[in-house]
Design a protein around this ligand. Structure first.
Ligand code: TNX
Length: 438
């Protein structure tokens, strides 16, 4: 009944009434691990660290029934818990989800809601894609046109495009630095690290719109999708500008790992990525880049590589001594369509079903994996819910639970126990039977 499935779950006889009291003991054990025992004598949690205790409480909440996930109780009476013992710890240290808040801005309240949803699934990294061609979402006090100009676009052409959105109205928004400090603190209490990303030297049209001297060519905030031929130039002044911007970012985000992008930059100068990476290292951080960074020349070995194109890219990064986070598009791109039915909304990418995600098996000695929610076609929290769930629940099990996994058992457990929790949370997931009519 627990999702992600724990390492060991031993069911006893009957149920006990939950008094609300949990006895917590510190013990030695694997990082983020816990043992939970529910019996006549009460609820006991043994955990190696605070994260372990937190995950024990997530499990306890799941065992309390779906109503435990409602914002307010609607049934009177005691909470009954099954008599059981759980022994558990995660398979991977990096259990991430990327949210692209650049293509479509996600208001702070909705972002905080996602932090809660990730935590309920025992995920521990929120990779926040803060800048792209279509929008800049990070308040810069030193270069304010970045968010003032780069944060807005006229939303003009998408109606013509297959899979596009016909909103016909401007779109934009940005987070203040204090907003983001709040998100970081909120996530930290839920044992989630927020890894910010400022994408360079490609995917930078919003910055170029704000400060044309940064670009190889000018142009406004982009209103198209895809790979943009306009990239940052590698002038000394441009690198200095970005050193400044990254320094501001570091003041807000304590994460050791800091994203610098590096993807899809046709003609982009590799020195740019190398110098920003060196700058982050000089500030005591670890650069985090998409796997294209492997082709820009020697990078600090502490650079973490996000292998998104395929497993081969991940293996190449491992061979060069980098830590690797797997996120191959064919398995974990949650913006991709969930079936080939004609009534499936958001018909982009290749088909990536719930089962496809569940069958993903990260290989090699990797830090872990992350699922990516790119938002070109996800313009609201509702659409995000539809794309994310229940596939993100399958992904959570891939990165938490030991292999091999039993797909039929997962699907049954999802339907019987987990979807009712998502219902109680108000998550508008894609039903197993097919698309919702919107
Ligand atoms: C590729 S994955 C991108 C993103 C797009 C995504 C769409 C990566 C590093 N770059 O810019 O949003 O495909 O699925």
């Amino acid at each position: 009944m627990i999702l992600p499935k724990p390492v060991r779950f031993t069911r006893g006889d009957g149920e006990v009434e939950f008094s609300g009291r949990v006895e917590v003991r510190a013990v030695d054990g694997p990082a983020e691990g816990y043992r939970l025992s529910i019996s006549d004598s009460g609820v006991v949690v043994e955990a190696a660290d605070e994260a372990g205790e937190f995950y024990a409480r997530q499990t306890l909440r799941q065992l309390s029934g779906p109503d435990a996930f409602r914002a307010a109780p609607i049934h009177d009476g005691p909470v009954l818990l099954p008599v059981c013992r759980v022994e558990d710890h995660p398979r991977f240290a990096w259990r991430g989800c990327l949210i692209d808040v650049a293509r479509h801005f996600l208001p702070k309240a909705d972002l905080l809601r996602y932090v809660d949803l990730l935590a309920a699934h025992k995920l521990n990294v929120l990779h926040l894609h803060l800048t792209d061609d279509q929008g800049w979402r990070f308040e810069s006090k030193r270069h304010p046109r970045l968010h003032e100009v780069g944060g807005w676009r006229p939303d003009s052409r998408w109606g013509d495009r297959r899979g596009g959105l016909m909103t016909g109205r401007p779109h934009g928004g940005y987070y203040t630095q204090d907003d983001l400090r709040e998100v970081v603190a909120y996530a930290a209490r839920r044992h989630i690290t927020v890894v910010p990303e400022i994408d360079v030297p490609g995917h930078s049209q919003a910055a170029i719109a704000a400060y044309p001297e940064l670009g190889t060519e000018g142009g406004g905030v982009w209103t198209d999708w895809g790979v943009n031929p306009r990239v940052l130039n590698a002038h000394e002044s441009t690198v200095d500008f970005y050193r400044d911007v990254f320094d501001e970012l570091l003041e807000v985000f304590p994460s050791e790992v800091i994203g610098l992008g590096g993807d899809e930059a046709p003609g982009g100068d590799g020195r740019f990525v190398r110098r920003i990476a060196q700058h982050l290292v000089s500030r005591g951080r670890r650069p985090y880049g998409w796997d294209e960074v492997l082709s820009v020349g020697p990078l600090p070995v502490s650079t973490v590589v996000a292998a998104w194109r395929d497993e081969e890219a991940g293996r190449a990064a491992l061979a060069r001594g980098h830590d690797v986070v797997m996120c191959p598009e064919r398995h974990v791109y949650l913006d991709y369509r969930q079936s080939d039915r004609p009534d499936e909304p958001i018909p982009v990418g290749t088909v990536l079903t719930l089962e496809d995600v569940y069958r993903y098996e990260p290989v090699g000695r990797v830090l872990g994996a992350q699922a990516n929610l790119w938002t070109e076609h996800l313009d609201s929290p509702r659409r995000l819910d539809y794309a994310a769930f229940p596939r993100l629940a399958a992904f959570a099990e891939v990165v938490w639970s030991p292999a091999p996994r039993d797909e039929a058992e997962f699907l049954a457990r999802l339907a019987e126990h987990h979807l009712p929790r998502l219902d109680a949370l108000g998550v508008e997931y894609r039903p197993l039977a097919g698309p919702r009519p919107w």
